[in-house]
Design a binder for this molecule. Sequence first.
Ligand code: PLP
Length: 395
Amino acid sequence: MRPLASRIHVLTGEGALSVFAHANELERQGKSIIHLELGEPDFHPDKPVLDAAKAALDAGKDRYCNVAGVPALREEIAAYLLRTRSITVDPNNIVMAPGCKIALFLAMMALLEPGDEVLYPEPGFPGYPSITRGFGGICVPYLLTEKNHMQPDPDEIAAKITPRTKLIITCSPNNPTGSVTSDAVQSRISELAVQHDLYVISDEIYGRIVYSGEYFSMLRYPGMAERTLIVDGFSKSFAMTGWRLGYTIAPPQIVPAMTMLSINSYTCVAEFSQYAGIQALRDSGGAVPRMVAEFARRGARFAEGLNRVPAFRCLAPEGAFYAWVNVADTGLSAEEVCRIMLEDAGVAAIPGAAFGPSARDFVRFSFASSMEMLDEAITRIMKVSPAWQSVVATR
Ligand SMILES: Cc1ncc(COP(=O)(O)O)c(C=O)c1O
């Protein structure tokens, strides 16, 4: 047989999915597992959202539909973004996609030529470097460090910009660090993008899950409207992971490219999902603020619990639903800590290297799980922590 396309060999998978598979295997063998590995809210959409999907199906909205998305949904998204993010978006510049990930994939496909350099946050969503390599781009990570409170360092970004840089990817709140990029830092990144004529893909999928203060979209800064592609979706903020609803907001000159890529790939997004999306955005029952308040409560308590575990160090989560824990002081690798937690304590979490090599001393826990489960996870981790306390003692 002839070989597969070489791009396949440069793509990488996601640590969360492989830990999930291992945890499921242990569960099948009868072990009790607390799943803190996946980035999936443990909530489901409210009844009006489900009713809207059912009504859409009853009305026969199960056909091919508008490539860019149902116009009523795109208008609702524009109204939602004005209300929640203070940005004015033309509904004609929104292209729906079956999930934020495919929006990101196609946005990068629209922008990248082989040899183009892409700056992206590390630790960060594993798709950024994988997709970059898949399109022949060059990966140029900028680091989020504890020393810098997980904020990007605009000086580092400036130093890494070359004539071949085409794109900066930003993500706030960030997966896996749970950090929210400050207005000042985002403003400086936007100035760099304008100064060097770069595109920015702003991954705002966690934009609604912020625990204090105002959220600043990349579209708020001067000169950004013509160079920013926002990717967002319903998976996290509306607990709709399986509905596969996402979108790109692109500058008008890029919208035809995004539409062309939709035509050549998924054709359109499931129409009944889109009608449910309209109801989710209207959120008549206040489900989203309730969910975010609950995540805030859990995040604060879980981080406090993790900080009680010997040799664990966790910053307070500012957004998303991840606790990012430095485990270097255990004297074990993060992989070994995760193995002990999974196999001996039944707590599934992801070694930081899944989010970039510089994150090898960290572990990501998702706290999108009930408070009881999170408390139980801390109790179980405490019980197995002598495994690393003895290592610490011998050093
Ligand atoms: C930062 C980030 N971007 C994009 C996605 C993809 O989301 P979706 O379910 O909409 O494809 C995720 C999902 O984990 C994510 O964490």
